[in-house]
Design a protein around this ligand. Structure first.
Ligand code: HEC
Length: 493
């Protein structure tokens, strides 16, 4: 048997978005060449006021792009809305923002952007996205006031980000050997892909970042690390690199195709979930000593179920991973456990959602030893409506964990606490998930609605799941004071 830290094949796991705080640099004046209006600054604002004849615009007229709006956009939007990242268009320059001004006003008002489905008044996490009410108001007023550009001489420079990474300059980049040609057959494809490697010696890895090559079509990926004893695998590069998994082609067959096993047919060591991906998500890094991996010289990164979404036109993908080494061994290995589907606790009632119903399910587990909780990951699919998890300590005190008032399948972060959370032995962890299997749910994959459940234990998004995944270490006194902010992964707030 392959050694699994957890039994489940975690579908759609992902890492929380972690962005490096933008470091400012030179002004790019070229980007301003279109802002003809800028030169006129306040007189433009004045003209707008006369044209619309509105007293109430006076307050709004104070806001300009250079002074007020650019800093908000650069900090909260540009990390994703820039070339090569998840946002579908750039939001960097005045022109970029002007083109989308009305939509930006709308999506910020309804808090669809920046995407952070968790209720920030219930619990807070590292790197959380969100605008203050004041910032939302400023954007709205500025748009209503026809987007005055402001004084170009004080235009803040566009933020700078590490290239091809959200973390920095990787020590090693491992790319898929060849681009995978995604057929234009309008079907999902679940691929099993290996990226073998041979390092000069056994070493320590601090962080692994998966970077999708084709952001439009890579839907999710669960990344695992395969490690070989030197003597048991002569050539890690032999065999095919890519194969497809479906109902008739099992995982075992796939492993044979890509020659993943040891030369004698036994299974190598597999460490699961070293890097996971869903659209918009970034890598997770913990402070030195926490997490990380001791790795053998010979190995492979296993992209199990690299899920390509349907496309009517052929396309291609060549994803890669960035590796950040460490000189220190991991001191405290993180552990994972999950409640619900494929996990340690029963769902009550069983997760079967009849058509035309809105139903709530719950699951709970009692923690057997003191733990320091690092991150949590609520998981549901398309029928998800809301999610709520909390802990009840042995004395009866309640610890809020997370509340997601409006579940959004697109944003499934691994929510990392700013400091580890001490969960004493005997604490009960509760999770409640509400599912909407009516026609009111715009994401319902079936019309008319059908019975949906987790009984097939498939990863298909049209089946359901109800999971609460926790990453933790055994508790040591003082853990609750350790900040999880790292040099690679600065807290935005
Ligand atoms: C974590 C990454 C991320 C951040 C941060 C982010 N966006 Fe987005 N944005 C996306 C992605 C991905 C989409 C595409 C969503 C989709 O198609 O479902 C998107 C879509 C949009 C859209 C199009 C929505 C529509 O209905 O067509 C707008 C407008 C937008 N973002 C504006 C913003 C603004 C303004 C900010 C900052 C205040 C921001 N975004 C921050 C990732 C991000």
């Amino acid at each position: 048997m392959i050694k699994n830290k957890i039994t489940a094949d975690l579908a759609c796991r992902q890492a929380g978005v972690r962005r490096r705080r933008a470091k400012s640099n030179k002004i790019r004046m070229g980007e301003l060449h279109n802002c003809i209006l800028a030169a006129f600054g306040s007189s433009v604002v004045f003209a707008c006021c006369i044209l619309s004849g509105c007293e109430q615009r006076k307050r709004a007229s104070d806001f300009t792009f250079t002074e007020h709006i650019a800093p908000i956009i650069h900090k909260n939007c540009t990390p994703c809305h820039r070339p090569g990242e998840a946002g579908p268009f750039p939001l960097i320059t005045y022109q970029d923002v002007l083109k989308k001004a009305k939509t930006i006003k709308r999506v910020t008002e309804i808090k669809f952007m920046p995407p952070w489905p968790a209720d920030r008044s219930y619990s807070t996490f590292l790197g959380e996205w969100g605008l203050t009410d004041e910032e939302i108001q400023m954007i709205g007023d500025w748009v209503d006031n026809h987007c005055p550009p402001g004084d170009p001489s004080i235009m803040p420079p566009p933020p700078r980000f590490p290239e091809h990474s959200q973390l920095g300059k990787p020590d090693l980049v491992l790319k898929m050997k060849e681009p995978f040609m995604i057929p234009g057959d309008n079907k999902d494809h679940f691929m099993v892909i290996k990226i073998p490697f041979e390092l000069p010696s056994d070493t320590f890895i601090r962080a692994i970042e998966f970077v999708p090559g084709n952001r439009a079509l890579v839907h999710h990926m669960n990344g695992h690390l395969v490690q070989y004893e030197d003597a048991r695998k002569k050539n890690v590069f032999e065999g095919k690199y890519v194969t497809e998994r479906d109902t008739s082609h099992t995982l075992e067959m796939c492993y044979n195709d890509i020659r993943l096993l040891n030369d004698d047919g036994s299974y190598p060591l597999l460490t699961v979930s070293v890097a996971n991906y869903l659209p918009g998500m970034g890598p997770i890094v913990y402070p030195e000593g926490l997490g990380g991996w001791k790795v053998k010289r010979k190995g492979a990164f296993l992209m199990r179920d690299q899920h390509y979404g349907p496309t009517p036109v052929p396309s291609s993908d060549q994803s890669y991973i960035n590796i950040f080494f460490s000189d220190k061994p991991p001191v405290r290995q993180t552990m994972e456990t999950q409640l619900g589907t494929l996990g340690i606790s029963e769902i009550v009632p069983p997760l079967i959602i009849p058509p035309d119903t809105v139903m709530t399910f719950k699951t709970h587990a009692v923690i057997q030893n003191d733990i320091a909780l690092i991150s949590i990951n609520p998981h549901m699919h398309l029928l998800g409506k809301s999610y709520w998890a909390f802990a009840v300590k042995p004395g009866g005190d309640t610890l809020p964990l997370i509340r997601i008032p409006e579940w959004d399948f697109r944003w499934q972060y691994t929510y990392t606490f700013k400091k580890m959370l001490h969960i004493p032995k005997g604490t009960a962890i509760w999770a409640y998930g509400t599912y909407d299997n009516t026609t009111d749910n715009p994401n319902n994959p079936f019309f008319p609605p059908r019975e949906v459940s987790d009984r097939r234990q498939s990863m298909s998004t049209t089946d359901e799941m109800f999971q609460f995944i926790m990453t933790y270490v055994p508790y040591r006194p003082g853990d609750e004071n350790i900040s999880l902010v790292t040099d690679l992964n600065l807290d935005r707030k």
